[in-house]
Write a protein that binds this ligand. Structure first.
Ligand SMILES: C[S@@+](CC[C@H](N)C(=O)[O-])C[C@H]1O[C@@H](n2cnc3c(N)ncnc32)[C@H](O)[C@@H]1O
Length: 306
């Protein structure tokens, strides 16, 4: 498969190199680019290319990112098999997950964050969620009078990047407990030339201090918590009157730091209601068809709430 093989192909050097790495070294992943091209087309390719070119300063950085992605994906697959057999995530406290993952700098910088960044484009349910974000949240924010936002649990900063790059007047603040995520996010946004309109804070929003904003984003954090409703109440307090929030959760998806098992979008919605949010729009995308009727399938559930 040649990425960009349309009638008038735009050059996609980073995506072409990524495909070559999969072909040469990680053959289990070699179909991912072609599948995404078939499913999402040239827009996906240009979108991913722009992220790869700012994120990877050189070929060595791309190789490291791909290696990290493959380790991240393999670890997830192994945990998913165990989850499918047991029907539960292993019991783990938030503090244990933080020690094992968020505060483990080598793991965060070499596997978790590059893995997550690439998964936003290589895993169809993650990319579908990103496109829902574009239409349900980025577009209305671009039309709004006050494009000031906060993102909680910034991780890779991909969602913040999207707001800053697509809404010219946007200013943002990012909050994350992980020093590695803060550093990764700052580097990512600086490489994209977007850091002048953004401040990054290493901070647990459960400790308060979230300055209320009209636009609030929190992607894939709820399943990382012991008591998601408590966290959602802290987010609700950080939403200015009349504001909108984009909040997501991973369903039926085992990862090293997933400790709260959401089995359906309805369960997440019940937590959003309990925290005082009102639903405006929602979206669920599954990773693939179930292996058998009723078998759990990883999914992304996203909500625009006010
Ligand atoms: C799965 S990642 C989020 C993905 C990210 N939104 C992205 O798009 O790349 C989870 C992030 O939430 C952060 N996190 C976990 N608990 C948090 C808390 N209480 N307050 C702020 N950030 C938190 C972790 O450090 C990690 O960076």
């Amino acid at each position: 498969m040649q990425p960009g093989s349309t009638q008038d192909p735009a050059p996609l050097p980073w995506l072409t190199r990524l495909q070559a790495l999969f072909d040469q070294k990680y053959r289990l992943s070699r179909a991912l680019v072609g599948r995404a091209m078939d499913g999402f087309g040239a827009e996906w390719a240009a979108d991913f290319e722009s992220v790869l070119e700012t994120f990877c300063a050189d070929d060595e950085a791309l190789q490291a990112a791909v290696k990290g992605y493959v380790a991240f994906a393999m670890d997830s697959m192994r945990r998913q098999k165990a989850f499918e057999a047991s029907g539960a995530y292993p019991v783990k406290s938030y503090a244990q997950a933080a020690d094992e993952v968020y505060l483990n700098d080598a793991h965060m910088m070499q596997e978790y964050l590059p893995g997550l960044l690439l998964s936003h484009f290589l895993w169809p349910h993650h990319y579908r969620q990103l496109r829902f974000f574009d239409t349900a949240f980025v577009a209305p924010m671009a039309l709004g009078a006050q494009p000031r936002f906060a993102e909680v649990g910034v991780g890779t900063a991909l969602y913040s990047r999207r707001l800053l790059s697509r809404v010219a007047r946007a200013t943002g603040a990012g909050y994350d407990i992980s020093p590695s995520s803060c550093r990764f996010a700052e580097r990512h946004l600086a490489a994209a030339g977007l850091d002048q309109r953004y401040t990054m804070h290493q901070h647990d929003v459960l400790d308060g201090g979230l300055d209320p904003v009209p636009w609030l984003v929190c992607v894939e954090v709820l399943e990382h918590l012991e008591r998601p409703v408590e966290f959602l109440r802290a987010l609700r307090a950080g939403l200015a009157p009349g504001g909108k929030a984009f909040i997501t959760a991973a369903l039926n998806a085992a990862h090293a730091d997933h400790i709260y098992l959401y089995r359906s979008g309805e369960e997440v919605l019940a937590h959003l209601h309990a925290a005082g949010f009102v639903l405006e729009q929602s979206f669920v995308a599954t990773a693939h068809a179930p292996a058998s009727a009723g078998a759990p399938v990883p999914a992304a559930a996203a909500f625009v709430v006010c």
